[in-house]
Design a binder for this molecule. Structure first.
Ligand code: NAP
Length: 333
């Protein structure tokens, strides 16, 4: 069997090929392949918007392409069960078009629905876990389909059981709870509040909040369709109060946000303060409007992207003693 190119299937645009690819178009495909996956755990690829791939992937690659949205009433709320292969932003648009509130702050996040629980996607004060009901996944080790509820998923800041046990589960569908006719919105983040003001919106509803979020994101972030990238390349570090206080002595303008685990700081600010905001090397660049994002317009390899990221990590480590963690999954490198 010939290799399959994954170059157009990863938004970072790194040249990559897989030895063997399995297409998942329905849940029965997962059942059929369970024994094979149990013997040889696959790499799971949805939208390919949060991965750095090696040039050759030797493991089988499982492409999640199932579709469909089902709706059930649950008291005054609505349960929406969505196939893992649906595009996330299309789901947000569908929910708003159907008068369902809850997902508006999560507009324009790239990737597919199955990837959303993996890192407990969140934006502008709303996290997936707050809307999450349950999901259906193949337990690769056990070779069977399981239902995981919110506790089973162990959600935390950009983390979950799926991050803690990579390769253990393949998510098949996700059920969320949304509010029909909901009007309560979260506009606590300054970027959203300022954008609503610019739009002249006095009483924001979910549709207007989504509009504001989309405008902010479009302005700040490169569109992966034209500029290869995987969104945030680094996680925002959470520091102890002491470390944050000592950094503030030298950098008085540094922002910190209180978090159950300490003080969260924006990795983008640290990268900027290290002078790496306009860093370029061999076709790779930091995106100056949001230095958390690395762009790869010349389709450098995954290894070259990681070497470039390491230069930034070293600069931040030397300057602040903070080791930035890489956010996308690194596959085969
Ligand atoms: P930003 O608005 O520049 O904020 C940078 C950092 O400051 C983020 O860590 C954010 O926390 C924090 N922050 C800002 N205002 C805050 C407030 N009022 N209360 C608490 N924390 C605050 O962030 P950005 O990089 O442009 O991203 C915009 C949003 O998209 C952020 O919410 C970010 O987390 C989210 N995002 C999510 C993913 C993902 O799910 N993988 C990837 C990229 C960006 P939070 O991170 O807690 O919001």
């Amino acid at each position: 069997m010939s290799d399959t190119s994954l170059t157009a299937m990863n938004t970072l645009g790194v040249p990559s090929k897989a030895r063997r690819v399995h297409l998942i178009e329905k849940i029965d495909d997962l059942k059929r392949l369970a024994a094979r996956f149990r013997a040889n755990g696959p790499v799971v690829l949805g939208g390919g918007s949060n991965v750095v791939l090696a040039e050759t992937i030797e493991q089988p690659v499982c492409l999640i392409r199932n579709r469909g949205i089902g709706v059930t009433r649950n008291g005054s709320a609505v349960e929406v069960t969505v196939a893992a292969g649906e595009n996330w932003h299309n789901l947000v648009r569908w929910s708003l078009a159907n008068g369902l509130a809850g997902l508006e702050n999560l507009a324009l996040i790239p990737g597919c629905v199955g990837a959303a629980p993996v890192q407990n996607i969140g934006a502008y004060g709303v996290e997936l876990e707050g809307l999450f009901q349950r999901l259906l996944a193949l337990d690769v080790q056990a070779g069977e389909l399981l239902v995981l509820n919110r506790d089973d998923c162990k959600f935390a800041y950009r983390s979950s059981v799926f991050k803690l046990h990579p390769g253990r589960f393949i998510i098949a569908e996700v059920t969320l709870i949304l509010q029909p006719g909901g009007t309560e919105v979260n506009t606590t983040y300054p970027d959203v509040a300022v954008e609503l003001e610019r739009l002249g919106v006095v009483r924001p509803d979910p549709v207007r909040v989504a509009e504001a979020v989309i405008r902010v994101r479009r302005r700040k972030l490169p569109d992966p369709r034209w500029v290869p990238n995987v969104g945030s390349f680094f996680k925002n570090p959470i520091l102890s109060q002491e470390r944050f206080d000592s950094m503030k002595i030298e950098h008085r303008a540094l922002n910190g946000y209180s978090d159950p685990a300490g003080i969260k700081v924006a990795a983008a600010e640290l990268i900027d303060l290290c002078g790496c905001k306009e860093l370029r090397s061999g076709g790779l660049q930091v995106w100056p409007r949001q230095p958390l994002v690395l762009i790869n317009p010349e389709h450098q390899s995954g290894a070259e992207v990681l070497a470039f990221a390491e230069r930034i990590r070293v600069a931040v480590l030397q300057r602040f003693g903070v080791r930035l963690e890489i956010e996308p999954d690194i596959v085969g490198l």
